[in-house]
Design a protein around this ligand. Structure first.
Ligand code: ATP
Ligand code: MG
Ligand code: MG
Length: 386
């Protein structure tokens, strides 16, 4: 069977690997972490830095290569593309990994973003910056889960924040009147073969995605508009693969603006494993191999909830998995990460119900029970620990 390659072996790479293996492919994962979640399932784990020449040479021999995160070396992806099929392209990844490039590009594609100012040096902060206050100063690169973001209200705070960020290039984004957050996962092979999953309604806690509800509790009209915008971006990028587009619903008038894009499957698409006809990871496998996108339909309203390291005990004791597994409509997914840390994504659960609000209530309940850190009941097999 053909060997598929993936840059990155975190939870996204892990779920990709399971999907690919299920479909009969072999998988090579490049990840410097010896305990990378995807290594549990991969045929070959290249445990090396992402720019390791020998490892990249091995990936170049795969039938097709994809990525699970945006902070790979875009040039390495372009180089790989000289030897094998690489999707998404290094160019698309380069845009997604830099907020400055990303935002200007989104606007060039004719879509709205929050008002923003590029701040590359202290001098860029002046009277004109006042128009973007109160705002959020975000580092241009490497931020995720709200890391690399500082809220600022005055020019003085803005200057301080820029220095706190170490003087690296940033984007100052005006705080918008957020009414809801949604995301659309697009599956695109080419100009004709394109499909979108139902928009997910995302609820964050402390800057980290906590819940995704599907269907989103927004009008059909707004949801269709969101799908159209996501499709437009995918076409503009001539994108091949799975693309996630995060959007904000802003103000009384419920305007849709684009927040950011991710050139890969997305946390808010994890419900597709259990609640859709095909998962976003099967889609990733199909598209990187040049196959048409599969049907994106939702089979059952649901709510996905992330499980963070916060619910582990101080001594590393595990949460009460019975809180999830004793429920006949809840799926548990654990990523097999060795170390639980506050804010670290360790797994997720997906609750199915007759409607998204009911699923959300269920999921909140389960999450609250997990937090109680009751000792595991003996009948539940604990995930392996090394
Ligand atoms: P991710 O983990 O999604 O990659 P990130 O660190 O890249 O997160 P953003 O998605 O830009 O950060 O922002 C994180 C959250 O902060 C958003 O989901 C939203 O709740 C809030 N936020 C970001 N920008 C704005 C804004 N301009 N106005 C209001 N809220 C915002
Ligand atoms: Mg981001
Ligand atoms: Mg985001």
């Amino acid at each position: 069977p053909a060997m598929l390659g993936i840059l990155g072996g975190g939870q996204l790479g892990s779920m990709f690997t399971v999907a690919a293996k299920t479909m009969g492919y072999r998988v090579t994962v490049l990840d410097p972490d010896p305990n990378a979640p995807a290594a549990r399932f991969a045929d070959c784990h290249l445990c090396a830095p992402f720019d390791d020449v020998n490892a990249l040479a091995k990936l170049a021999q795969c039938a097709a290569v994809t990525t699970e995160f945006e902070n790979v070396n875009a040039q390495a992806m372009r180089d790989l593309a000289q030897h094998t099929r690489v999707s998404p392209s290094g160019d698309c990844v380069a845009i997604a990994q830099n907020r400055i490039a990303e935002k200007s590009w989104i606007r060039k594609a004719g879509l709205q973003t929050a008002p923003y100012q590029v701040i590359e040096k202290l001098d860029d902060i002046n009277e004109s910056s006042l128009a973007y206050l109160s705002g959020i100063l975000k580092t241009a690169t490497l931020g995720y889960d709200g890391k690399g973001q500082i809220r600022v209200h005055t020019l003085t705070e803005l200057r301080e924040a820029f220095q706190t960020h170490g003087g690296v290039p940033c984007v100052l984004e005006k705080m918008v009147d957020l009414r809801a957050e949604i995301s659309v996962v697009v599956c695109r092979l080419n100009g004709e073969q394109i499909a979108t999953f139902d928009p997910a309604e995302n609820i964050h806690e402390n800057g980290i995605l906590a819940y995704s509800l599907v269907p989103a509790r927004l009008s059909e009209n707004l949801q269709n508009q969101a799908r159209k915008m996501a499709v437009r971006l995918a076409h503009e990028l001539n994108y091949v693969g799975v693309l996630a587009v995060e959007m904000f619903v802003v103000g009384e008038t419920q305007d849709l603006i684009v927040n950011e894009i991710a050139p890969r499957p997305h946390n808010s698409g994890h419900h597709t494993i259990d609640a859709c006809l095909f998962s976003q990871f099967e889609q990733q496998v199909r598209l990187m191999c040049g196959l048409v996108p599969a049907d994106t339909r939702l089979l059952q309203p649901c709510c996905m909830a992330n499980i963070l390291g916060d619910v582990w005990g101080d001594e590393g004791s595990e949460p009460n998995w019975g809180a999830v597994l004793d429920n006949p409509l809840a799926h548990l997914h654990l990523y097999g990460k060795m170390q639980a840390r506050v804010g670290r994504k360790m797994g997720h659960l997906t609750v199915l119900a007759d409607d998204a609000t009911t699923a959300y209530e269920f999921a909140k309940n389960i999450r609250a029970k997990l937090e109680k850190k009751i000792a595991c009941s003996a009948k539940i097999r604990q995930p392996e620990r090394l």
